[in-house]
Design a protein. Structure first.
Length: 117
């Protein structure tokens, strides 16, 4: 399984960006996919996840109401729509895949999001 994240860039505070994560190698049928982020000088943290069977979503409190995770199974792509961005959202964003209950084992290369004030 290979994951390719894209869509990062520079945005102004209050603006929007949409990240994409394309999976290749085989159709994913595991537990869930997720977005994590790592800000400069900080540890990687959870952002949002989507269950692959029912599409159930879950968000970190810091992004709830501003970010939306979705998935297009036909395109093997997961998205993260990020609205009302703030400088605190500046980070490298990673997509990940959990094939089982053992957790997120596959990671994309990351895409940088920079939000200016």
């Amino acid at each position: 399984v290979q994951l390719q994240a894209s869509g990062g860039g520079l945005a102004q505070a209050g603006g929007s960006l949409r990240l994409s994560c394309v999976s290749s190698g085989r159709t994913l049928s595991g537990v869930s996919m997720a977005w994590f982020r790592q800000a400069p000088g900080k540890e990687r943290s959870f952002v949002a996840q989507i269950a692959l069977n029912r599409g159930t979503t879950f968000y970190a409190d810091s992004v709830k109401g501003r970010f939306t995770v979705s998935r297009d199974n036909a395109k093997n792509t997961m998205y993260l729509q990020m609205d009302n961005l703030s400088p605190g959202d500046t980070a490298v964003y990673y997509c990940s895949y959990a094939p089982s209950d053992q957790g997120y084992l596959y990671w994309g290369q990351g895409t940088l999001v920079t939000v200016s004030s």
